[in-house]
Design a protein around this ligand. Structure first.
Ligand SMILES: [Zn+2]
Ligand SMILES: [Zn+2]
Length: 226
């Protein structure tokens, strides 16, 4: 199978168990071409986390063949109105992929988070958006923001709804692991299963898994090592 991409996961810089370098090695072996490490951040830790991830990404560049580790961040449980400011700050610090922790069915994420994230052009991905509104999905489409189908237990309960609304509105989907530890990272077969399990026909699942990540990389001007 072709190589895959995963733009949402955590290292021990927040609540994950692994060093970014171990994540790079494990995901490379599982069949990834590029991954973004997107540790949880709010105003307390944002620049430090991003700087550390930029450092390790630079150190691994050209050391792992055609694999790329991308520095990112996941704005998590922040007040919705602070999303534009924090997303800008993340970009300034060097985050290449900005994820917002969406209104998952299994956490008390503040209402309004999905809509604010989908209206902010500095945001790349709305993670696990749960029972997202049609209005937010239309905003995501208009602003080129990707909606996530999640591999993570609990968060994945909204996948079918997210896929249905995204298909109806023509918004773009991505499959991400939201991995925190060993065993959480995807294989290409897992990624296809998640997309099809959310109700996508195989051809559309394949384009979500193999093509959509590349269009996000193009949009952000991120080039893969060859
Ligand atoms: Zn976490
Ligand atoms: Zn996450």
């Amino acid at each position: 199978m072709d190589k895959i991409y995963d733009f949402h996961m955590h290292s021990f810089l927040s609540d994950g168990d692994l060093l970014p370098s171990e994540i790079a090695r494990r995901t490379y072996v599982l069949g990834h071409r590029a991954v973004a490490v997107t540790d949880h951040a709010d105003a307390s830790n944002l620049p430090e986390i991003v700087r550390s991830l930029v450092k390790v990404s630079d150190s691994l560049l050209k050391q792992m063949g055609d694999f790329l580790l991308i520095p990112g961040v996941e704005l998590t449980h922040v007040p919705p109105r602070s999303i534009p400011q924090l997303a800008k700050e993340a970009r300034r610090a060097g985050a290449e992929i900005v994820v917002v922790h969406g209104e998952t069915p299994v956490e008390p994420v503040r209402e309004g988070t999905n809509e604010e994230a989908c209206s902010c052009t500095d945001v790349d991905i709305l993670a696990h958006p749960g029972l997202i509104s049609e209005r937010a999905v239309l905003a995501a489409r208009a602003n080129g923001i990707f909606l996530e189908l999640s591999f993570r237990g609990g968060h994945c309960l909204g996948n079918g709804w997210v896929a249905k609304l995204a298909r109806e509105a023509g918004a773009s989907l991505l499959v991400n692991s939201d991995a925190h530890t060993v065993g959480d990272h995807l294989t290409p077969e897992d990624a296809i299963k998640i997309a099809m399990g959310a109700g996508l026909p195989r051809a559309q699942a394949e384009s979500v898994v193999f093509e959509n990540p590349r269009s996000l990389l193009r949009k952000r001007g991120i080039s893969l090592p060859v």
